[in-house]
Design a protein around this ligand. Structure first.
Ligand SMILES: C[S@@+](CC[C@H](N)C(=O)[O-])C[C@H]1O[C@@H](n2cnc3c(N)ncnc32)[C@H](O)[C@@H]1O
Length: 252
């Protein structure tokens, strides 16, 4: 029996980032090396610098606006939606949703204590419709069905396949829908070209993490396999040059 089939995965921990059907070349283009953001031995100041750069670059390229649009679309039919953001980092996505939805309540969280302290000290900490807190996406501290939507943006690739499947299961336990927005996994030859362009910049912590992110990004077939493993219905929309979006729902 094949080890990997979209609906029948025997060992999710070993699934390549390129998915069950990944080519041999794609399988070479991945790493277990952690991003600085995920390492305990890296100075908090370096990590804050990376999170600040993510916020600025997301603002310049309107990523936060585009991600907020996806969130707002998912809750368009819900009167006063309760939304949980995991891995919020700087909180820009939740901030946009709060600006654009008059009654949404946002729980804005991250696993990184420094990021949580910084978000709590920002306007989000005083916002009447926001709560800021520490949360591990793989073990969400909330009862079943506590939220209408869970969103996890640009963070999924930080997790191993087993952790990623666990996040899908947890997100879909605490909310009817879970939205994962993440980097695309490029076709291998383009991926190599992208890595070659990024490699000379790895002295810059943001580029270091960007390069590792690229190697750790999941392909559409990997996302589908993770959803199937978690026992969920998933829709994946993808474009190798843009974000990919996964919407997970519990099976009826
Ligand atoms: C690349 S940043 C993305 C920040 C922000 N969501 C954005 O779109 O720019 C990844 C974030 O995921 C967080 N993260 C990593 N593992 C996590 C986990 N297990 N649970 C919650 N957050 C996690 C990191 O602390 C970091 O803030």
């Amino acid at each position: 029996m094949m080890a990997y089939m979209a609906d029948q995965i025997t060992d999710i921990a070993d699934m390549p980032r390129g998915g069950p059907d990944a080519s041999w070349l794609d399988r070479l283009l991945e790493t277990d090396r952690l991003e600085y953001l995920d390492r305990d031995d890296i100075d908090d100041e370096v990590k804050r610098g990376i999170v600040t750069a993510l916020d600025r670059i997301g603002t310049v390229f309107h990523e936060h606006d585009r991600n907020a649009e996806l969130v707002l679309r998912e809750v368009a039919d819900i009167a006063d939606p309760k939304i949980l953001e995991l891995g919020a980092g700087h909180g820009a996505l939740s901030r946009k949703v709060l600006e654009q939805h008059p009654t949404a309540h946002l729980t804005v969280t991250d696993i990184n204590a420094e990021s949580v302290v910084a978000m709590a000290a920002s306007d989000l900490g005083d916002h009447p419709r926001a709560s800021v807190g520490l949360m591990d996406a793989t073990a969400i501290d909330a009862p079943d069905g506590a939220y209408d939507l869970v969103v996890f943006a640009l963070s999924f690739h930080h997790l191993s396949p087993a952790q990623a499947a666990q996040v899908l299961a947890e997100g879909s336990r605490v909310a009817g829908r879970m939205l994962v927005i993440d980097l695309p996994r490029m076709p291998s030859l383009l991926h190599i070209a992208k890595l070659a362009v990024m490699a000379p910049l790895v002295w810059w912590p943001f580029a270091h993490d960007g390069l590792i992110s690229s190697l750790r990004s999941y392909s559409p077939s990997a996302l589908r396999a993770l959803g199937a493993y978690a026992g969920l219905d998933v829709d994946v929309s993808t474009n190798p040059f843009d974000r990919q979006v996964l919407l997970a729902r519990r099976r009826a």
